[in-house]
Design a protein around this ligand. Structure first.
Ligand SMILES: [Zn+2]
Length: 428
């Protein structure tokens, strides 16, 4: 299995199965209902895990919940803790609706503060961090490899988190002193009341579960700098290898006039699922390489829905003789940097060739196995439908109506198509 690694800017080979492959994928900051683009790191992470397990790996996924963050204070002054709890529930509910299951661990920053404080103490003890008036900053100058992940020269990195008291404009906060007028939740620490910075939360949560070294760290492409650059600095400054491979998924762009982000018209995950259904959205994400940007509009999602219908309809047609040898093409596409557009093309080939067993197995990798279960009509239903089609073409409407009623009694309807018909199970 090969994946593109942001750190080396190259496609790298994963360790041989069974691995283990331990993955950490940055999760949401919980301050609002997440928009549909936030579903992508979750879905890609769950698909990686699913494929790795299907090919004999021991794969594990950590997806954190950032429930301590400036955005939460800003979104709910005086009630930040309640908002974080509610928005965490929304996120779990919405991502749960994709039917992909749960990550192995969903650590929360609020439950990891001890580990975070300990991590900061080690950085101070080794001179990689310093405390000033209740804040603690990472000393960027103490880590010569700074900027390597985001491909910036260390001396040209822009200033982060302006504060005249810092030694160096590039230094970033590990701990922030509480500002009681705007920040209604805080934790005690050796530096006084405050809260952790965002970047140290992820270094600490990842290492608390996996230890100082693991295989893959993922997240949206917008996290390369400063978030992941700072995670690398914090962990490697202590001599921890941290993640071996960095995977960054491409961003979702809202296109089409109805939903330009600049108009404030961003579609939430909830709205997208309610409007289109989870299966259509999964096909939408499958249609683009995980690393590339993806355009979200009524047109592009409608295309995904049409593809889903084509795949679904394949299960109403007769199966051809099973040809196991064809699995290899599908596997090769995914082994090659998880090329889901190529894998989706193979699924469509199987659909038109009647390779239904392969199609079912392929769909299951992406959490779409339900299509086959629901759409596959039992033989007696297929036979009734065939007889009804015959009756209709013979203009025997009496028989046709009787057969229609027999199908309905079994819970199936025939839906006409230009080149035949589909068999659809009625929703009860
Ligand atoms: Zn993170």
């Amino acid at each position: 299995m090969r994946l593109y690694d942001t750190y080396t800017r190259s496609v790298v080979e994963l360790p041989a199965a069974p691995g283990p492959i331990r993955m950490y994928v940055c999760g949401p900051t919980v301050y609002a209902r997440a928009h549909i683009g936030n579903a992508r790191p979750f879905i890609v992470g769950m698909w990686f895990r699913s494929w790795l397990r299907a090919t004999g790996y021991e794969a594990e996924l950590v997806h954190n919940i950032t429930d301590i963050n400036d955005k939460i204070y800003e979104a709910a002054p005086g009630k930040s803790a309640e908002l974080a709890v509610r928005a965490t529930e929304w996120y779990l509910e919405d991502t749960g609706d994709f039917g992909l299951g749960l990550p192995d661990h969903l650590p929360k920053a609020t439950e990891s503060v001890d580990a975070i404080v300990h991590f900061i103490e080690e950085l101070i003890a080794s001179d990689h961090a310093y405390a000033i008036e209740g804040d603690v900053y990472f000393r960027v100058a103490s880590f010569p490899e700074y900027g390597r992940l985001s491909r910036q020269r260390p001396d040209q990195v822009e200033e982060q988190e302006p504060n005249a008291l810092k030694e160096d404009g590039r230094d970033f906060a590990l701990w922030k002193a509480n500002k009681p007028e705007t920040e209604d939740t805080w934790w005690d620490s050796p530096w006084g009341r405050g809260r952790p910075g965002w970047h140290i939360e992820c270094s600490a949560m990842a290492e608390e579960i996996y230890g100082p070294a693991f295989e893959i760290h993922g997240g949206g492409l917008d996290l390369v700098f400063p978030h992941h650059e700072n995670e690398v600095a914090q962990s490697r400054a202590l001599g921890h290898p941290f993640a071996a491979i960095w995977t960054h998924n491409g961003m979702l762009r809202f296109t089409g006039e109805k939903m330009s982000k600049s108009l404030g018209n961003v579609t939430t995950m909830r709205e997208a699922i309610d409007e289109w259904g989870a299966e259509t959205l999964l096909v939408f994400f499958l249609a683009a390489s995980w690393r590339k940007p993806i355009d979200y509009s009524d047109d592009t999602v409608a295309q995904a829905r049409a593809r889903l219908e084509t795949l679904r309809n394949a299960f109403t047609l007769p199966a051809a003789e099973h040809d196991e040898g064809r699995w290899e093409t599908f596997a090769a596409a995914l082994e090659d940097d998880f090329d889901t557009p190529a894998a989706l093309a193979v699924l469509h080939e199987w659909a038109s060739a009647g390779q239904l067993e392969l199609l079912r197995r392929g769909l299951e990798v992406f959490g779409l196995g339900g299509i086959a279960v629901r759409a596959e009509a039992p033989p007696e239903v297929v036979e009734l439908a065939r007889r009804r089609a015959e009756a209709r073409s013979a203009r025997d409407f009496e028989s046709s109506d009787r057969l229609r009623d027999e199908l309905a009694a079994l819970g199936w309807v025939m839906r006409d198509r230009a080149d035949g018909y589909d068999l659809v199970q009625e929703q009860s």
